[in-house]
Design a protein around this ligand. Structure first.
Ligand code: PLP
Length: 367
């Protein structure tokens, strides 16, 4: 409020607090606000939208408008926002179109909303080809049913439950391949036809009604950004004769305990003369904590040759939701240092992240 920054109001309580504070920090012009909406009722979907701990209930937006009516000179409603925890473009499209009646409600009360912020959650594809994901997936499901040798640590099934020859439950993993990701995903949302509008798309409806579309991509903005690099400490056999490649990192340096990075890491071998193994070697990457659960990957990775101590294992595309999310200093194992790599005049340079201050190059500097 003091700095006049746009506020996306997350609850009725927050709105009341903002109203009180706005009276305290009175400014010459009003501060822009969006109302963040949750709890959409999806008539077009079989199931109701997921529960969320963020946002004002759709049915309570009327109350929020009433509260804002009394302080128009301090807070200016510029529109509505939502961010749904779903990778379904249909759910997002239905939420967007549900907001259109909120625009009407607001207009009836003489507000002039012009922004719809549909948040983030644009899918990202980590793999180049669909079959890389589908083949591993099918093989893992077969193994989970006991039809082939196990592919996961101690029979982990990532949420799937074998039951009389079929798998029940749901596979608890991000889908690492998607044919509709990033900008295509956005396109799918805004191409959706608005109900009762003679086939008008969301994009067209927004344009015709002078509503700006705002997006907040997080993961999709970081596509192809970030590497997590670990050194091989040792290579050994487990009590069940599985090969463990032990790294100088812990699982939390890469991902949450209950998630799995299914993209194969790249191994940088110091000695390229070690012969290739045929067939490829199944390994698990293990962490450096004293916990049995500290496996960096709980699924087998098939390597062309076994790494040796000192080799580097590189997990790619880890900036979004991987490297920083759960890193901790468990049993005094330090959090991995982060470096920023940048393109210099003639070569790449690097700096510790805490010493890296990027600046935007001007066109003259580039020339
Ligand atoms: C309000 C809001 N907008 C955008 C994002 C970014 O989401 P994503 O990284 O899935 O695109 C988040 C993430 O939690 C969020 O809470």
């Amino acid at each position: 409020l003091q700095q006049h920054i746009l506020l996306s109001i997350d609850s009725l309580e927050e709105l009341q607090q903002v109203i009180q504070l706005s009276a305290k920090f009175r400014k010459k012009s009003a501060t822009n606000v969006l109302l963040r909406v949750a709890g959409f009722k999806n008539r077009q979907l079989k199931h109701q939208g997921k529960a969320s701990r963020f946002g004002i209930k759709y049915d309570d937006i009327g109350q929020a408008l009433d509260l804002l009516e009394d302080c128009r000179e301090r807070l200016k409603l510029i529109g509505f926002a939502f961010h749904l925890d779903t990778v379904s473009p249909l759910e997002k499209a239905i939420a967007a179109q549900s907001c259109f009646s909120l625009f009407e409600q607001a207009l009836e009360k003489d507000f002039e909303p012009t922004v719809l912020n549909i948040g983030g959650g644009f899918k990202l594809s980590y793999l180049a080809r669909a079959d890389e994901w589908s083949q591993y997936n099918s093989a893992m499901r077969e193994a989970a049913l006991g039809a082939s040798a196990p592919l996961t640590w101690q029979g982990n099934t990532f949420g799937l439950v074998p039951d009389k020859g079929v798998l029940r439950g749901s596979f608890n993993s991000y889908s690492f391949y998607d044919s509709c990701a990033g900008a295509d995903f956005l396109n799918e949302i805004i191409s959706h036809q608005v109900e009762d509008q003679n086939g008008l798309s969301i994009a067209r409806f927004l344009r015709d009604n002078g509503i700006e579309l705002w997006v907040e991509p997080g993961r999709a903005l970081l596509d192809q950004v970030g590497l997590t690099v670990a050194r091989v400490n040792s290579v050994r056999q487990s009590s069940q004769d599985e090969t463990l490649v032990c790294l100088n990192m812990k699982r939390q340096d890469l991902c949450f305990i209950d998630q799995e990075m299914f993209v194969d890491p790249i191994v940088l071998y110091q000695d390229q003369s070690v012969p290739l193994s045929q067939p490829e070697q199944p390994v698990y990457f293990a962490g450096n904590l004293c916990l049995e659960s500290d496996l960096v990957t709980r699924h087998q990775t098939f390597l062309p040759r076994l790494p040796s101590p000192g080799d580097l294992v590189v997990f790619v595309n880890t900036a979004g939701y991987f490297m920083d999310f759960s890193a901790s200093e468990a049993i005094m194992q330090p959090i991995a240092r982060k470096v920023a790599v940048f393109r210099g005049n003639k070569s790449f340079g690097w700096a510790l992240d805490e010493n890296y201050y990027p600046w935007l190059e001007t066109t003259e500097e580039r020339q």
